[in-house]
Design a protein around this ligand. Structure first.
Ligand code: GLN
Length: 251
């Protein structure tokens, strides 16, 4: 049986994993909040204690962060956070370089890159964690996406963006699109991988349908913090249903 011990950690817990949501107030569309909820639930299922933290514009950056998740946003949301994001570039870069697991979706994927030049021509600087650059276009890429990946099997999600991202030599793609567009309308790639950072255009949200990515992030966080990870017994019934639903042929 579990209870709260003197250190505030659940007894029998394998340890605490602190998940930080980046800018949920301004960067959180098409269900991206669900990624944080899935991480919280699966961390518990694996026998660890989740702590869900938020970082918004003007906040103090919390200490001892184990896992970072950031969502998408309209160009307008990106303009709201851009200066604050630059002020946290140092701490985020240090964490990424040190192997902290991170998931960044769409608008924050773009701003973890070198820059996003919007359709109207303004350049929003990124923090350069990822060797990618994004150019706004007049074409909007919308719809369901299936991505073949080596690490996580088939990844499923939904895209809606007009920025198109090209990868530099310092990152590798998350995978190759079997349906939908992904990073851009020319090279057939979706997302980016660098160290333990996973970047993707896919909303929906991503993690409920792709628990393999959630477990990668959790395992990496545990190994980085405790030197080891032992899996629990997650309940994948809803993930299986969500994947079936997402791949069902329209009637
Ligand atoms: N504003 C960006 C674009 O349209 C990101 C959109 C998003 O996060 N869905 O490219």
């Amino acid at each position: 049986s579990t209870g709260i011990g003197p250190d505030g950690v659940e007894q029998n817990s394998k340890g605490t994993i602190r998940v930080l949501q980046l800018y949920p107030r301004d960067m959180n569309i098409y269900g991206d909040w669900g990624n944080a909820l899935v991480l919280k639930q699966r961390i518990s299922w694996h026998g660890y204690t989740p702590e869900l933290l938020e970082y918004n514009v003007g906040d103090e950056f919390p200490a001892d962060v184990d896992l970072i998740v950031g969502g998408g946003g309209q160009d307008s949301g990106q303009l709201v956070i851009k200066d604050d994001l630059q002020s946290q570039a140092g701490v985020l870069t240090k964490l990424a370089e040190d192997g902290a697991p991170m998931l960044v979706i769409c608008g924050l994927y773009q701003l973890f890159g070198r820059f996003f030049k919007t359709r109207l021509g303004s350049v929003i600087p990124g923090i350069g964690v990822l060797d990618v650059e994004t150019h706004g276009t007049d074409e909007r890429l919308i719809g369901n996406v299936r991505v073949a990946t080596e690490e996580f099997g088939e990844v499923l999600g939904y895209e809606n963006h007009s920025g198109q991202t090209t990868l530099g030599a310092g990152v590798r793609p998350l995978g190759t699109t079997a349906k939908g567009t992904g990073n851009n309308s020319s090279d057939g790639h979706e997302g980016a991988r660098y160290k333990n950072v996973v970047a993707s255009y896919l909303h929906g949200s991503l993690l409920p349908k792709n628990p393999a990515i959630a477990d990668f992030l959790i395992r990496t966080a545990a190994e980085r913090k405790y030197g080891t990870f032992t899996a629990g017994a997650p309940d994948d019934r809803y993930a299986v249903l969500a994947r079936e639903h997402a791949t069902r042929r329209p009637r």
